[in-house]
Design a protein around this ligand. Structure first.
Ligand code: PLP
Length: 221
């Protein structure tokens, strides 16, 4: 199956109400352009270096660009004002760096807060109990707008294994949505990848990040 056929099959399955983000890591500019032409809603890149290279090749023209990987503070300048959405904000320090840069540029940077919902060691994302602190920080000054939550639950081959995590994310999303913070609105719940996006959607995801099911297996070296 071609990239276009894969995108069309996923779209038929998920409908128009779910935002399909192509996770483009390790796929080249030509592949990314094919996915955009086939109608993905956005591209999500994991590494700043790869993003900069592919952007120079015009890979992302015609689609919003998201950053979905771990963002180091010293690379913030290459991403703020360049990406439409930074999905992976997971600390107050990172939020503050992003805000500082956004204010320098005179822009408002849209972000999601990444939650380490399964509390996995060595994994990005803030712990759920630190969310109030992060949201209060976002509310305190303009420059960053929190548009929702993102999660990457454990990799599991077992079908349905992540449903409890997706459900917990949905609860956090609804809970925060009912509170009033400046610069915070719960619009996007980004969860679900190739192996589990249908489960994620069933539990309330309205944004999924899909790589393998669009581009085929990645050639890790
Ligand atoms: C690679 C990646 C995805 C997509 O993974 P697939 O299993 O290939 O669909 C989604 N989200 C993030 C953050 C990723 O790094």
């Amino acid at each position: 199956m071609s990239i276009a056929e894969n995108v069309q099959a996923i779209r038929r399955e998920i409908g128009d109400g779910v935002i399909l983000v192509a996770a483009t890591k390790m796929n080249d500019a030509a592949a990314v352009r094919e996915a955009i032409a086939a109608g993905v809603d956005a591209c999500g890149e994991n590494r700043v270096q790869e993003l900069v290279e592919k952007q120079a090749q015009g890979a992302y023209a015609g689609a919003p660009l998201h950053f979905i990987g771990h963002l180091q503070k010293n690379k913030v300048n290459k991403v703020v004002g360049v990406c439409d959405l930074i999905q992976s904000v997971d600390s107050g320090e990172l939020l503050t760096c992003i805000r500082r840069r956004a204010r320098q540029l005179g822009v408002t940077q849209d972000v999601l807060i990444e939650v380490n919902i399964a509390r996995e060691a060595q994994k990005g994302g803030c712990l759920p109990e630190t969310l109030p602190e992060l949201l209060a920080l976002a509310a305190a000054e303009d420059g960053v707008r929190v548009r929702g939550l993102m999660a990457i639950p454990p990799i599991s081959a077992q079908p349905g294994a992540n449903i409890p995590w997706f459900r917990q994310m949905r609860e956090l999303f609804v809970d925060i949505g009912g509170k009033k913070y400046n610069n915070v609105s719960m619009e996007f719940l980004s969860m679900g990848m190739t192996m589990d996006y249908t489960d994620a959607i069933a539990q309330g995801a309205n944004m999924i990040r899909v790589g393998t099911a669009i581009f085929g297996p990645r050639a890790y070296r």
